[in-house]
Ligand binder design. Structure first.
Ligand code: UGA
Ligand code: MN
Length: 251
């Protein structure tokens, strides 16, 4: 089964650090295709070289956020979904099944998220995410193998109360729908996840919860860590928060 990981990314001082960490994790996973979308006018050579070094199959596109979209990766994930729909056959190669995961660049991933959870998703897999939504761990309340409710602090009434990092969808579902990320998601009070999954025609009953077979020793496999803007010598920082032009290429 092919794992397709969709990652929006953009120039920020911690970006190469984040992408290096993520690349180091993903390179342990076989049958994975990394779709990276640069939020910018052009792709960035430093990122392209990083992707080459991972040895992974990857696609690196650029798509600057269009007018009216939140500047938080929504537009880039939409472009990536359209790319996947257009190129699924080539991406699959000899493989017959696939699963799509939205992995942002600054999260922290245990390699087992991919090998134990994502690889085993049949339709809609879901699991715990730490350090998100104003709480330590967002998870699902699983009763008899089904999701009865969500253990989240923020907007628990959402049909799918989960962060982007907490679910993966089968490629079949992606290919059989045209749903993308819109410009708003009022049902999610601004968070995009529930709108996408609802627009894909998925139901709460479709959720396959992972990590709750043994609640006594369950572990978290993904953390919604947030990269902080480091403090630079202001005199050397340009309007975008970067060092001088030469240093900008390194970041
Ligand atoms: C959180 C969620 O984890 C995101 O999945 C969700 O899209 C976002 O909230 C939202 O509000 O909609 P958060 O950690 O707060 O994201 O934001 P970032 O990590 O800064 O951005 C999410 C992704 O979009 C990252 O991969 C980032 O590199 C990318 N991004 C961010 C862009 O491509 N362009 C931007 O201008 C900002
Ligand atoms: Mn983030």
């Amino acid at each position: 089964k092919l794992i397709i990981v969709i990652t929006p990314t953009y120039r920020r001082p911690t970006r190469m650090a984040d992408m290096t960490r993520m690349g180091n994790t993903l390179s342990h996973v076989k049958d994975l295709h990394w779709v990276v979308i640069e939020d910018g006018q052009a792709v960035v050579p430093q990122v392209e070289r990083l992707l080459q070094r991972t040895g992974l199959n990857y696609t690196y596109l650029n798509a600057k956020t269009a007018d009216g979209y939140p500047k938080r990766g929504w537009y880039q994930r939409t472009v990536a979904l359209r790319f996947v729909r257009a190129h699924a056959k080539e991406m699959l190669g000899n493989l017959t099944k696939g699963v799509v995961y939205f992995g942002d660049d600054d999260n922290s991933y245990d390699v087992r998220l991919f090998t134990e959870y994502i690889r085993n998703v049949k339709k809609l897999g879901m699991w715990a995410v730490a350090l998100v939504g104003g709480t330590a761990i967002e998870s699902q309340n699983v009763v008899n193998g089904s999701v009865a409710s969500y253990k989240v602090k923020w907007n628990p009434r959402r049909q799918f109360a989960v962060d982007m990092a907490g679910f993966a969808i089968s490629l079949d579902v992606v290919l059989n729908t045209t749903a993308v990320f819109g410009k708003t998601c009022p049902r999610g009070l601004g968070a995009p996840e529930t709108c996408l999954l609802e627009d894909m025609g998925l139901k709460k009953e479709d959720i396959e919860p992972f990590g709750y077979d043994k609640p006594s020793d369950r572990e978290v496999y993904v953390w919604h860590t947030k990269s902080q803007q480091p403090k630079f010598d202001k005199a050397k920082v340009d309007v975008n928060g970067f060092f001088a032009e030469n240093d900008r290429d390194v970041l």
